[in-house]
Design a protein around this ligand. Sequence first.
Ligand code: BGC
Length: 740
Amino acid sequence: MAHSLLLFGVALVSAMTDAGAILTPAYKDPSAPVEVRVEDLLSRMTLGEKVLQLCQYSLGKDINVNNMGERLSRIPSGSGAVIYRGGDRELRNSVQRRMMEESRLGIPLVFGYDAIHGYLTTYQVPLGQACSWDTSLTARLCSAVAQELRDEGIEWTFSPMVDVCRDPRWGRIVEGYGEDPYVNSAFAAASVTGYQGPEAARGDYSRLQDGRGVAACIKHFVGYGASEAGRDYVYTEISDQGLWETWMPPFKAGLEAGAMSVMSAFNDISGIPASACSYTLTTVLRDKWGFDGVVVSDWGAVEQLCRQGYCSTLKDAAAAALCAGVDIDMQSSAYDSFLEQLVSEGRVGEQVIDEAVRRVLRLKFRLGLFEHPYLEPAARQDKGEEMKEACESMAAESSVLLKNDSALLPLRSCRRIAVIGPLADDGDALTGCWRAGADASMTQTILSAVRQEFDGRCKVGFVRGCDVEGNPDRGGISAAVRLSSRSDVVILCLGEGARWSGENASRQHPRLPEGQLRLLKALRRTGTPLALVLVGGRPLILSDVVDDADAILETWQPGTYGARSVAGIISGRINPSGRLAVTFPRSEGQIPIYYGRRSPARDAGAGLYKDGSSEPLFPFGYGLSYSMLEYSNLRVGKAGDGFEASVDVTNKGSLDAQEVMLWYIRDVVAGVTRPMYELKHFERLDVPAGETVTFSWSIDPGRDLSFVDRKGERHLESGDFVIYAGGPPATALCCPLTLP
Ligand code: BGC
């Protein structure tokens, strides 16, 4: 309170001359500090005006089925925010004009949109990006997207999604960075830095004010990825230990990178819905972590508190969400309908509303919206070439070679290539879900890229065989078999359609459809060597596929320009280097399956499945290269207050390679039992043919050897540790370390 009075005093001073004549209000003075502007504006607002700042509507069309457009006239003047897909400069500016000119104080709207993996151009989906282990490339892509968004009049993006997920049935597994909290944390920080610029973490918002960055929104806070049985919008059972160890860390990392907003989730966490959970939204986010940005609810999450059986009326839901810490109500119309009434009835204190409004205004000042509310007809920054190159690099680094018997790939000597399958000539599937403003017809297909890659060298034939659902084309399988029989090699493109993953896209059997399998088996019988190229948004269960392909390349949904890199891996122009950031199960019965399990109570041999293997089909960290990379000489020594671990990698092959080194620890005995392997560091380096490169990791004990307890407190205990370096933990080199 003292703080606000002081700021208010400053505001008055800057608003009046010595003679007392009223000048421009302090909130309109760009040279005044943001907090002064916030307090000045807040002091001028009526309760009704404040409430409108806490409401988000939608504007224009949106391909997300949940997000139907709302008519312009239904957005009240003085509203806080809209979801706007872009593409209509006139519409955007006319709505903004209403806010600026028809509302008493002229507070600009903030326009937000989901750029999950690109905007005008899509690039590899986040799950795929994680398999590149290249956070700097993700940061570069996000920074280019930020510019595309700003050029479209969008200043806020509902990205990144950092929900750890260990269940391939859940469609939204595609939107996050896999099963590991550390990987999600690293990519959370990279994306936020890309969108907002690195300076934002230090409180310097100049890039955002210059129209070169967008505010990031880390979502969905918290635990949404624990959705029961892989279904969407359902209950999540989360222990206190799991909350702190698994679900929270990516959010903390995103906030440390300066994220300006957080989205509260749909899920009901152990009995308290995430959008009404004052423990996570206020005790942790505000009080413990000191977050001063905006919390926006997920779409309709306030209204859903009634459906979840937590509130009986929309009015109660408005009170519950606001008091728990949700500043902006996305699409429930709970705040605009009831907050004023709740204040007059004394059920919600006006200071709670003031606090939420402060955060919204702070975001708008930090974004420079008061100075630049309109989308000016300035020349667009053409990021086309830069984007194309970065998208191709991401597709190259994120594709994971899962199998390569008899070194079928790369194709060096064949003359006749058969490209077969429903995903071969399908740019839509490669574009993926959440495609924002991208035009899927611009996405290069794998067929077109293979033709381009082998142009003049090989004859490339094509038969689709069946559609993505597996329904055979007329004469499809026999035509495919004929083409296979007269070819030297088959490149078979199978997998999922674009919207088989993403929101509300759970699958009970995350496998290839029957018809696609039939096509594979028929081609196998021709005896022609077969490379399976997979497209899709989740780890598929491949146990009924793996023996029928000589090579398997997982490409995920590599986006507008990804196909060229897929073709480059097939030809050998690119040496594959991706590693799985998510485990591929053998069967549905193994789910949830992930590498970071605790040690079982009995020795190996006990507690296994009686009716099948207990091991995954492809473990976390797995990925082949065309080069033979040999690891040796893992050593750990004291260095300053910590330790230095190093390992040598020798490229015994004839192709230059890039290698991703994953560093894990095991804390052998601890006050809270620890996973058998915990990823703590990773690095991607060039390893030229014939050379040896040393990978190193500086171990900071407080950061890397400590663990968190169920209250979120960190502990560092002396004792024995094991350090691992490699790909999948079970095959990594290891070395002991003792912390005195
Ligand atoms: C999704 C969010 C998204 C929001 C706005 C919701 O349905 O769960 O992830 O940001 O819509 O599009």
